[in-house]
Design a binder for this molecule. Structure first.
Ligand code: MN
Length: 313
């Protein structure tokens, strides 16, 4: 997915780990993805007051709705994209030549590293509603220039813990480890809860929960659609109950400050400007073959330099 906000703001993510457990609802905002039949997504990261949860720096959720996704070729650098569907199908193409249909319960993980471009499209279907999430993971400085690569994982580990069935998408939980390549200690999991459970989470991680469907309580708080529940650090057991499905994200607080603009995660204005120019000139990010349509142009940079500003609230 692409960040198609017409005027992407400079977002300087600075990790600010909570000292311990908190229960802090973060209200998302609606973003139109653009195009003639614009699909609207709910963005809960970055949001006012919090830019990251571990290395997770971007969360869009959409559907369920009879919508078609059509995101033309666009570049990424400095991050990984995680595509996770609950229903529907999305076709991924990238500049490495990958062509992969992502389906519910399977992970599409694209590591942009120093640069890649991709497109995403789906057919509109009244029978099969489109419902999913698009997440970005910031790469740490030592790994952000790795060669781009694409992974598809159809056999993710599933852990049963009390009334919870946990599919581990990234990282580890309760001894179950995803085969997906991660560059910082983190967790991404889909939890289906029927009854109650205490999930064994990493106390050194901060965590957050996003409702996907149903009626779920996490750490005593009821999850709401479109709201990310931030849970802070320092938990070793996460109490969950209800009937439904949610996404559990976590990670070691990301201590590096990053500049996030459009579809790039960098460290400075000049680097972001170079990424933008590289895309405009058709270099650096390769070519997506097979997509019927023109690539996305980059928006204009802001008229002032993207400068370190501390955390945006
Ligand atoms: Mn994208």
């Amino acid at each position: 997915m692409s960040n198609l906000e017409t005027a992407p703001q400079e977002i300087r993510c600075a990790a600010a780990a909570a000292a311990g457990p908190v229960v802090e609802p973060l209200t998302g905002h609606a973003v139109a993805l653009g195009g003639p039949r614009a699909m609207t997504v709910t963005r809960t990261l970055p949001t006012r007051g919090r830019r990251m949860v571990g290395a997770w720096c971007f969360i869009d959720d959409y559907g369920p709705e009879a919508a078609a996704m059509r995101v033309p070729p666009h570049p990424h650098a400095g991050l990984q994209t995680v595509t996770w569907l609950l229903s529907g199908e999305v076709l991924h193409r990238d500049s490495l030549g990958s062509l992969q249909e992502v389906r519910p319960g399977r992970l599409n993980l694209m590591t942009a590293g120093r640069g890649i471009s991709h497109s995403e499209e789906s057919e509109e279907s009244a029978e099969t509603l489109l419902h999913g999430v698009q997440l970005w993971v910031a790469l740490p400085d030592g790994d952000r220039h790795v060669a781009p690569h694409f992974e598809h994982h159809a056999g993710l580990p599933v852990l049963t813990e009390g009334g919870a069935q946990v599919t581990v998408i990234m990282g580890s939980l309760g001894g179950a480890t995803s085969p997906a390549r991660a560059y910082t200690p983190l967790l991404g999991a889909e939890v289906v809860i029927s009854g109650s459970a205490a999930l064994p989470v990493e106390p050194g991680f901060e965590h957050a929960a996003l409702l996907l469907s149903g009626d779920v309580e996490v750490a005593g708080a009821r999850l709401e659609r479109g709201t990310l529940l931030y849970l802070g650090c320092g938990r070793s057991d996460l109490q969950v109950s209800g009937q439904g499905r949610f996404l559990l994200l976590g990670g070691e607080p990301f201590e590096e400050e990053i500049v996030m603009w459009w579809n790039f995660v960098g460290r400075s204005h000049d680097e972001i400007a170079a990424f933008r120019q590289g895309w405009a000139e058709g270099e650096t990010f390769g070519t997506v073959r097979g997509f019927d349509g023109a690539p996305l142009p980059a928006p204009a940079l802001p008229t002032t330099r993207l400068k370190p500003r501390g955390r945006v609230r």
